[in-house]
Design a protein around this ligand. Structure first.
Ligand SMILES: C[S@@+](CC[C@H](N)C(=O)[O-])C[C@H]1O[C@@H](n2cnc3c(N)ncnc32)[C@H](O)[C@@H]1O
Length: 278
């Protein structure tokens, strides 16, 4: 067998392990993905073969190795103001609802990857406050979480290479919110960066400790999970949302019949989900 090949049984065991750890489902035709994502770790850790790496990961309980493997298997694709419409709805419709609140407004970016989603929200808050002096008198808190320690570390740095900066950010926002750093990187200005707090959270675990939110972004992550895990996560998110709280999913994701806790609200050209009152 080649160094990068797995038996049917090894692949199934790894798929079960991955779903237990982070919810991601791997169908049998995804063996190319396992190879391409894990072979660099095989070489780096001198495991000899992919099969050896997978055996060690599953059996020896080393948290560091397990986290690296899960990290490598997650898809971290993201960009600024992704899909545009959730951010337009936030800034043109929803902020108005919360702008006079005497309580701090809390927003959660539940799978934040390298930070573009929560920082896009933070930029919108700053822009809204500039247009509406006195808005959000008790402040806005943005909590951003992810399962990947690597992504969280990148997000916390708030410093992006030219390729990431070029994806979804207008020239005007680039000028307003970033300053030039070393190696053509751009660094987010501190007053926007400090609006976001990052935490390590696995969506399969409990997150009641995060407290209650007014708005949750849980975008482009449930798509990788089984209906059972999706339903469980949606139930937990509903429990974290205030009465009539708002949930944004990714453009290709929907609640369908997985949860009865939300009502779909159309706000053309986009949509969001609102938590039901009872
Ligand atoms: C495709 S990115 C989406 C980023 C952003 N929400 C967006 O829409 O641009 C998916 C993120 O989900 C994270 N993720 C995967 N499984 C997770 C889990 N069980 N708990 C928390 N985050 C998870 C990955 O690490 C990755 O950063």
């Amino acid at each position: 067998m080649n160094k990068d090949e797995l038996t049917h049984h090894e692949f199934s065991q790894f798929a079960q392990f991955l779903e237990r750890q982070c919810g991601i489902l791997l169908s049998q035709n995804k063996s190319y993905l396992v190879k391409s994502r894990l072979m660099p770790l095989v070489r780096e850790g001198n495991f000899g073969t992919l099969s050896e790496l997978i055996k060690s990961t599953i059996s020896n309980g080393q948290a560091r190795l397990r986290d690296r493997v899960v990290d490598a298997m997650t898809t971290n694709e993201t960009l600024w103001f992704r899909d545009k419409y959730p951010f337009d709805i936030l800034s043109n419709t929803l902020f108005e609802r919360y702008a006079k609140s005497r309580k701090r407004v809390r927003i959660w970016s539940a799978a934040c990857s390298s930070g573009q989603e929560p920082y896009s929200i933070a930029m919108l808050v700053q822009e809204y406050k500039q247009r509406n002096p006195g808005a959000f008198p008790a402040g806005v808190e943005i909590v951003a979480t992810d399962i990947s320690t690597d992504m969280l570390a990148r997000a916390q740095k708030a410093c992006y290479d030219p390729l990431s900066i070029g994806r979804g950010l207008s020239e005007e926002r680039k000028q307003r919110f970033f300053k030039v750093a070393a190696d053509k990187h751009m660094e987010l200005v501190p007053n926007v960066a400090k609006m976001v707090t990052f935490k390590l959270i696995n969506l399969l675990d409990s997150y009641t400790a995060l407290g209650q939110f007014d708005i949750v972004f849980c975008r482009n992550v449930l798509i990788y999970f089984s209906p059972k895990n999706k339903a469980k996560i949606l139930q937990q998110i509903a429990a974290c949302l205030q009465k009539e709280g708002i949930l944004f999913l990714g453009a290709s994701e929907s609640i369908a019949d997985l949860s009865k806790s939300f009502t779909l609200v159309r706000n053309n050209p986009g949509l969001y989900y609102q938590k039901n009152t009872s």
